[in-house]
Ligand binder design. Sequence first.
Ligand code: NA7
Length: 549
Amino acid sequence: MSSMNRAPSSHRVALDAVVIGAGFAGMYMLHRLRRLGLSARVYERGDGVGGTWYWNRYPGARCDTESVTYSYSFDGALEQEWEWTERYAPQSEILAYANHVADRFDLRRDIQFETSVISVHYDDASRLWRVTTDRGEEVAARFCIGAVGCLSASVLPDYPGLEDFQGEWYHTGRWPHRAVDFRGKRVGIVGTGSSGVQSTIAVAKEAGHLHVFQRTPNYSIPAWNGPLDRAAVSALKANYGAWRERSRYAQIGIPFTPNGKQAKLVPPEERERDYEAAWAEGGFNFVMAYPDLLTDLESNRTAAEFVERKIRQVVKDPEVAKLLTPNDHPLGTKRLCVDTGYYETFNRDNVTLVDIRSAPIERITAAGVKTRDAEYPLDVLIFATGFDAITGPLLKLGIVGRGGESLNAKWADGPHTYLGIQSVGFPNFFMITGPGSPSVLSNMLMSIEQHVDWIAGCLEHMQRKGYDSVEPSRDAERAWGQTVHEVGHGTLYPHTDSWYTGTNIAGKVRAFTPYAGGVGTYRRICESVVERGYEGFEFSSTRVAAAAS
Ligand code: NA7
């Protein structure tokens, strides 16, 4: 698939920009860099575009944001011509869309596939980034853009014995490029986050028997997925611009009109009606039913109790229903799951829920999984055990900035960024949906576009002014870090163990890193920074002595 295939090794190529990752962020970044007349190369470790949607090919993989919303808005013809078939697009269709975009904008000729970046070093003397790949190649570039995604560094549990297992095993985030046959087989899934929920539903339909190993139950909201109504899509497309604009300024990048009430103050019968309506609508907007569900514990409990009642109504075995009922965190503070038929799956005769909180997995054996209480023989074992999220992919790049300071050292106590776009000490290094931006608390495509547009605007500004370097000021970074912390701690998120807070990774510092003030508020902040002459950023030039615009 690669048009650049194997590049000559050990060549030093001077480029304007290197982009790391050819997912939706890297693809659109490349497109914008070209429009600025800049030379760019994208390095991508996979053999195709699509990022998250390239890797997560597990059965049932599907986007939790509706397809008409989770798509690029930068090109009117593109959004008109592409036809989504389902309300929530399956992975295969999103990957087809990514490939369509790559072809349509002729992106592949500047993407080097099957190439991993292994180090990214800033050269103080030349003021260039030196990017090294696993193919022994080193390129020098003025700008480097980390388009590595928030959920791309998959993690396996460290149970002993995996090497002894005689069956097949897979991680959902590294699924093979071939169909895995579950028919008649004994299958185990470890993990009940979004990937576990989606794969459980799909695998249960095929497997001989499925054991779901659950450590922590999470809340799942119905998607009510199904074919898209063509007339409704045509009506939306006739006025797509207005829909996109609403997305851009909505709380999570998905159009929604909040009702403005505090859940806990609403009379119970009225609240029940509101929750029923939100449940019938389905998806993430359930947690938006009242604006205080993620900031007020008492209000949150009202929504949580509603979902808990739904679980009891759907799941026939009361013991299984109890096990599936979350009991250690407010609704939505672990990433909400969105499903079509998850709780119903546990009514099937060929599905067993195994509580590994009370009887933990002790080891993987040749035959299967051994918990404290029993051994489960398996033919296929699926790890839906998640990712080193948000900071993980950036910290794996081996980034060393000005004066030899590594990003890993600088972020040892948690990430420090200005707007989630740049970090002091790493001039001309940009992050797309980095920590300190709404990142995972948003419709990712909308947030990706916003960052790419912002970065492209900044580079254009530098071209106009003759600057060749940009970096935030220490004060701006410190103040933004404080803002992210305060806004985050005004919510219920930081108190829950989750990948949002980094507690799923042993030894990772606990920090709630996304900006939780909303996609729209964040966008306005970024816009006002530009309006004030890139307030908080410091520009310089080897040609023009300048400290700010
Ligand atoms: P998540 O949401 O991190 O879920 C991982 C699941 O795996 C979760 O239920 C974990 O339980 C469980 N897990 C992780 N490690 C272990 C071990 N060692 N033993 C048992 N269970 C374990 O990852 P997903 O891939 O589902 O979703 C990631 C995001 O991708 C998703 O939110 C969407 O944005 C798309 P825990 O809760 O830690 O007890």
